[in-house]
Design a protein around this ligand. Structure first.
Ligand code: CDP
Length: 806
C-alpha cells in the first residue's frame, strides 16, 4: 500500500489561508449568545452611574441642588462640575485639540448635555435619583443654524474660550469660529475658473447622522486602591489610545492602567472618542473605591455621543464645453456642535476631505473649510467612514452629475472622460494625496456591462416620455457613483492622534506543537478579525488557520496600536501581521537549513514546508520546525519562534469602486423603490471574499439608511429630533434592498500582501449612488439638487414643489 503525498494545492486548501471563504470563527459565540460584552462584566460590589442631562440647548446654570438625590437610600454619590474642578477634570481634551466639559460648567451648550453624575446601587435607584436633582436654568438664545454662527450678533456659545482667538488650528475669526483650513492652489484654481468655458456650482449638504451601533457606549471602571491599579473595560475601538489618554488625564502611571475592550457590538466610529461617562466612572471608582459601571441608553447614544457629517459643501467644477474637468473649488461650512470633538488625525481638522477631487484627473483644486460651534452635540466622528471621506466623495459624485446635466452629457461618459488612467499611478492628486494604484476604466466597464447601462438609459427615456404623456406616475432614476477611498491611516509623518503616531502592530508566537497565538493593536467590532488575520498567517507560515488564535483588545497583552476605524486594520495591522510572519519564516528557514544540512539559499518554500531545491523529498514542515525551534535550535540561535512588528505604512491605500442603483419613484407618494443595486469593489488582494461581501452588505445597508431616511434634526429651540429608533431610521430586512456584489483586483503596490481596506467603501460609494439615483429620476423635471435624506415625505414635497401632484 502506497500513500500519496497531498499536492501543494491540496495542502494549501487545507490551510484556509488568503482567498478562502473561511467561515467566521467568532460567530460561534456571537450567534449563541456567548459573546462577552461590557455589560456582561459584573464585579462584586459594583455600582451604577447615570447622568442628569440638560433639558435646554443653551442655558446658564444658576444652581444645582443634589441634596434630595443624595438622601435617597442606595445613592452613593452625586458628582457635579464643582466636584471635578479641584481635580481639574471638569473639562477633558478632545481629539481635535479643543476641550469639552465633562460635566456642564456654569452653562449647558446642547440638549441632553451631562450636568451631574449619580452613582447608585443599581440602575433603577440611579434613575430615581436623577429625577431628584434640581437644576435651575436661565435659558439663553439658541444657535442651531451653522450659517448664522458667524453673524456679528450671533449668541456667544463658548464663554470658556471667548478670549482665545487662536485655536488648535490657527486663528479664530469670530467667537463661534473654530478654525479655517485651506489646501491647494487658490490662485491657480481661481485663474482656471475665471477663464473656464463652463462653471458648475451647487451647495450639497451632507446632513447630520449618527453611527448608532446596536451596543451603545459603556464602561466599567475598577480602581484597586491597594495596588494603585485601574482596570477599565469599555466599548473602545482604540483601547491603547484610551489607556494613554486616561494616564495623561488622571496622572496614573500607564503601566498601572489595564484597558480591556471585550466583544464589541458595532462601533462604526461611535466608540473612538472619549466620553464624559468614562471620566465620571473612573473618578467615581477612585473616590468610592468600588467598581462603577456606566451604560448609555439608546436616546443618550443618539443625542449625545458623537454625531457624524453635518457638512455644507459649496462645490464648483470648471470644465470645457466637451466635458474635460479643469479645476475644482470647494468651500465647506462644518457644523461641529458645542465642542470640537471630531475624530481626525491632529494635522487634519477636516480629516481627509482633500480627497474630494475623487477619481478624476484635474490639474488644480482648492478646498477651504470653516468649522463653527452650534448648540448641538459635539462629535464629527466616523460613521462607517472616517476622516470626512464620505463627505468628499458625496461632493464630487454629486458635482459630476450636476455638471453632466449642465453639459447635457451622459454622466457615465463624463466620468470615463476624466478618469485617472491606470498608467498614471502612483498618481499625485491636486490636493496632495498620492493614490497608490487603480484601474478605473476597467472597473467602470465591467459595471456598465453587467447592469446593461445603455439599455437602462433607453428604458428611462421611454418612461420619461410616458410620464410626460400622463401614462404613468412613476419615474426612474439611474444612480452612479465611482469612488476612490483613502484608508489605512496612516504614515506617521502624516497622521497622529494627540501626538501618538498612527502605526499598528502584530505579535505572533508559535507554540512548540505548531499552533499559534497572535495579537494585534487593532480591535474588531464585528468585522471578523479573528477569522481573517489567521488567514494571513496561515498563508504566510503554512499553518492551518484553525490552529491560530487571534486576540485583540487587552492592552496588557496586545502590542501598542491605534485601533480599528477608517478601514485601517487591513492596511496597517494586516501588513504588520504579514511582516511579523515573514520574520518568523526567516528564522524557520535558518532552522530548516541546519536540520537538512544545507545552505539557507538551497531551500525553497512550498506552502507549509521548506524543501531542498532539486531534492523535493528532503523537507521540513513548519510543524517540525516549530518543535525544533524550542527543543533543538541550531547553535548560537536563541530558542523559540515568535516575532513582533510595528508597521508604519509608507502610504495609505486607495480602494475604489463602481456602484449602480436603479430606482423607481412614485411621484404621488414619494415612495422610492430600489429595483437593483450593483456594487463593484476593488480592495486589492482579497483575504476572505465572504467577509468582504458581508462588509459590503453592511456598508450598503448603512448607506441606504443615511441617503434614504436617517437624520438627527434639531428644532429652533435646539430640541433634538430623531433621538430614538421611532424617529431615526434604522432599516431592517424589510426595507433593505437586495445587494449584488462584484469585484476587480488591483493590488496595493506598497502593502506586503497587496491588500487595501474595504469596510467603509460601500458606505462611501453607496450614499452618493442612492442620492444620485433620486436626483437622476427628477432631473428631467428640472428639480435642481435635492438634499438628502430622501425619505417619502421629502420626496412627496419635491413633487409638490414641482407641481406634479394631481
Ligand atoms: O479596520 P476594519 O477592520 O474596519 O476594516 P478593513 O481593514 O477593511 O477590514 C474589514 C474586514 O474585511 C476584515 O475582516 C478584513 O480582514 C477583511 N478584508 C479582506 O478580507 N480583504 C481585504 N482586502 C480587506 C479587508
Amino acid at each position: 500500500q502506497t500513500t500519496v503525498e497531498p499536492t501543494s494545492a491540496e495542502r494549501a486548501e487545507k490551510l484556509q489561508g488568503m482567498g478562502c471563504k473561511r467561515k467566521r470563527v467568532e460567530d460561534i459565540r456571537f450567534t449563541q449568545g456567548k459573546g462577552n460584552y461590557v455589560d456582561d462584566v459584573k464585579l462584586p460590589g459594583m455600582l451604577f452611574g447615570d447622568f442628569v442631562r440638560s433639558s435646554h440647548a443653551h442655558a446658564r446654570i444658576k444652581s444645582i441642588d443634589t441634596s434630595k438625590a443624595k438622601a435617597l437610600p442606595g445613592v452613593f454619590a452625586v458628582l457635579t462640575a464643582a466636584d471635578l474642578k479641584p481635580l481639574n477634570l471638569h473639562y477633558m481634551p478632545t481629539l481635535a485639540g479643543d476641550v469639552q466639559a465633562v460635566l456642564a460648567d456654569e452653562k449647558v451648550l446642547f440638549q441632553n448635555q451631562e450636568v451631574a453624575f449619580v452613582v447608585a446601587k443599581d440602575r433603577y435607584v440611579a434613575a430615581d435619583a436623577i429625577e431628584l436633582v434640581e437644576v435651575d436654568y436661565e435659558p439663553l438664545p439658541v444657535l442651531v443654524d451653522p450659517f448664522k454662527a458667524m453673524e456679528p450678533d450671533a449668541p456667544l456659545l463658548r464663554e470658556d474660550i471667548k478670549d482665545k482667538m487662536t485655536g488648535a488650528h490657527g486663528a479664530r475669526k469670530h467667537h463661534n469660529h473654530i478654525f479655517r483650513w485651506e489646501i491647494g492652489d487658490k490662485e491657480g484654481t481661481d485663474a482656471t475658473f475665471a477663464k473656464a468655458e463652463v462653471v458648475s456650482k451647487d451647495m450639497f449638504t451632507y446632513h447630520r447622522v449618527h453611527p448608532s451601533p446596536l451596543e451603545t457606549c459603556q464602561c466599567v471602571a475598577s480602581m484597586d486602591k491597594i495596588k494603585g491599579e485601574l482596570t477599565l473595560w469599555g466599548t473602545f475601538q482604540a483601547p491603547h489610545v484610551i489607556r494613554t489618554v486616561v494616564s495623561l488625564i488622571s496622572g496614573l502611571p500607564e503601566h498601572k492602567i489595564h484597558v480591556i475592550a471585550p466583544d464589541i457590538g458595532g462601533g462604526f466610529g461611535n466608540k473612538v472618542g472619549a466620553y464624559s461617562g468614562y471620566v465620571c466612572a473612573v473618578v467615581a471608582s477612585i473616590v468610592l473605591g468600588v467598581p462603577v459601571k456606566w451604560v448609555e441608553d439608546r436616546m443618550e447614544n443618539l443625542s449625545t455621543t458623537s454625531f457624524a457629517r453635518d457638512y455644507h459643501m459649496t462645490t464648483e467644477l470648471a470644465a470645457t464645453k466637451d466635458g474635460k474637468i479643469l479645476a475644482m473649488r470647494c468651500h465647506v461650512l462644518a457644523d461641529h456642535g458645542a465642542f470640537d470633538a471630531c475624530a481626525d488625525p491632529s494635522k487634519w481638522p477636516a480629516g481627509f476631505m482633500n480627497i474630494c477631487t475623487g477619481s478624476y484627473d484635474m490639474p488644480v483644486a482648492h478646498l477651504a473649510v470653516d468649522g463653527v460651534y452650534t448648540n448641538k452635540a459635539s462629535g464629527g466622528v466616523a460613521y462607517r467612514c472616517s476622516f470626512r471621506v464620505t463627505e468628499a466623495v458625496y461632493a464630487i459624485e454629486r458635482a459630476i452629475e450636476t455638471l453632466a446635466q449642465r453639459l447635457e452629457m451622459d454622466s457615465a461618459d463624463l466620468r470615463i472622460k476624466n478618469f485617472i488612467q491606470p498608467e498614471q499611478f502612483p498618481y499625485m492628486a491636486p490636493l496632495g494625496w498620492e493614490y497608490d494604484s487603480g484601474n478605473y476604466p476597467l472597473a467602470m466597464k465591467k459595471a456598465m456591462d453587467t447592469v446593461g447601462y445603455h439599455q437602462l438609459r433607453a428604458e428611462q427615456k421611454a418612461k420619461q416620455e410616458a410620464f410626460k404623456r400622463g401614462e404613468t406616475r412613476e419615474i426612474m432614476g439611474i444612480g452612479i457613483s465611482f469612488f476612490t477611498e483613502i484608508v489605512g491611516a496612516g504614515p506617521s509623518k502624516n497622521c497622529d492622534i494627540l501626538g501618538v503616531s498612527m502605526f499598528d502592530s502584530a505579535e505572533i508566537r508559535i507554540h512548540p506543537t505548531g499552533s499559534v497565538i497572535a495579537r494585534m493593536g487593532t480591535k474588531s467590532q464585528g468585522q471578523g478579525h479573528e477569522t481573517t488575520y489567521a488567514q494571513i498567517i496561515a498563508t504566510e507560515l503554512g499553518i492551518p488557520a484553525d490552529d491560530i488564535m487571534i486576540e485583540e483588545g487587552n492592552t496588557d497583552t496586545a502590542p501598542y496600536g491605534l485601533g480599528t476605524y477608517g478601514s485601517r486594520s487591513t492596511p496597517t495591522a494586516g501588513a504588520a501581521t504579514a511582516v511579523a510572519a515573514r520574520k518568523i519564516k526567516a528564522k524557520a528557514q535558518m532552522i530548516a537549513a541546519h536540520m537538512l544540512e544545507v545552505h539557507e539559499g538551497d531551500l525553497e518554500w512550498d506552502v507549509d514546508r521548506f524543501r531542498v531545491k532539486g531534492l523535493p523529498e528532503k523537507f521540513k514542515t513548519m510543524k517540525e520546525l516549530a518543535w525544533a525551534s524550542y527543543n533543538s535550535p541550531p547553535p548560537n540561535l536563541e530558542p523559540g519562534l515568535e516575532a513582533v512588528n510595528y508597521y508604519d505604512p509608507p502610504n495609505m491605500t486607495y480602494p475604489f469602486g463602481a456602484y449602480f442603483c436603479i430606482m423607481d419613484i412614485d411621484v404621488d407618494t414619494g415612495v422610492a423603490k430600489t429595483r437593483r443595486f450593483y456594487a463593484l469593489d476593488d480592495c486589492g488582494t482579497r483575504i476572505n471574499p465572504m467577509i468582504i461581501e458581508g462588509q459590503v452588505h453592511g456598508g450598503l445597508t448603512e448607506a441606504f439608511a443615511v441617503a434614504m431616511g436617517q437624520e438627527i434634526r434639531y428644532d429652533e429651540q435646539g430640541n433634538v429630533l430623531g433621538a430614538s429608533f421611532m424617529d431615526f431610521f434604522l432599516p431592517t430586512a424589510v426595507e433593505t434592498p437586495k445587494w449584488e456584489t462584484d469585484y476587480t483586483v488591483t493590488p496595493s503596490p506598497h502593502h506586503p500582501i497587496g491588500a487595501k481596506g474595504v469596510g467603509e467603501s460601500p458606505h462611501v460609494g453607496g450614499v452618493p449612488c442612492f442620492s444620485n439615483a433620486v436626483n437622476d429620476a427628477y432631473a428631467f423635471l428640472n428639480a435642481g439638487h435635492i438634499q438628502m435624506p430622501h425619505d417619502a415625505w421629502r420626496l412627496w414635497k419635491v413633487g409638490e414643489q414641482l407641481g406634479l401632484h394631481v
